[in-house]
Design a protein around this ligand. Sequence first.
Ligand code: SAH
Length: 261
Amino acid sequence: MINIEYKHTEIAVKKKLGQNFLTDRNITKKIVILSGAKAEDNILEIGPGFGALTRDLIACCPRFTVVEKDPKLAAFICSEYPQLTLIEGDFLQTDLEILTKERPLTVLGNIPYSITSPILFRLLEHRHLFLSATLMMQHEVAMRLVAKPGTKEYGILAVQMQAFCDVHYLFKVGRKVFRPQPKVDSAVIQIRPKKEEPMEDSEGFRKFVRAAFHQRRKTLLNNLKELYNVDSVGRNTLQRRAEALSIHELVQLFAALKPLL
Ligand code: SAH
């Protein structure tokens, strides 16, 4: 068990909560600048911890909301930054609609790596509620988010996210700047939901993408034939693998398919 102490608060680091605290001020400053956050924005920081990012964010945006699950860290943030609105709880359970009554959110965070995917899929599901999300995550997940067709990283995460959002890789962060030090490097990514949705039935698209990539080595025909009527699609396309198709081609293929009942 590792204990970390900062300004008279000591916590036992919880792996389950993905607690790796940033110690490099240059990096927190860079995240805040690249996020483009402005004083008038409706900002939500996920997992402030001991406030590494919070401290630099507050310098340009005096009021915003933070959500922190660890009660000890929530108490720390509350006493250190009383001007912020603190939600003590789980981001995955937080009511985002309530937070966006007036304006969509600008999301920031060095997010808990134990729940990176659930956070990303939750943001995706609520993409109508935010303008941008600037997030630090494991480098490996960042690579899967921005992956291009024909690479081994290109899969469900890349297709789902890139179909609905513009995703930018901002910069890499080495593992040495965290306490405790994680076993992997990190990267900062920015996600901006597209103004125009590429299709109406995004739930149907989600199922289609899962099916298309279900067994990566199989052709689209083999992955899709049990679930969709594939007669309307050319054989050349069906003989390819999902990983070879661009996002645009996958969207077009989805539009051409009718689900079997
Ligand atoms: N932003 C801080 C801390 C990063 S560690 C820094 O950069 O130093 C991740 C933080 O997210 C921890 O404070 C952890 O307690 C918090 N956290 C973990 N799971 C969470 C959840 N489901 N909802 C909100 N916060 C969570």
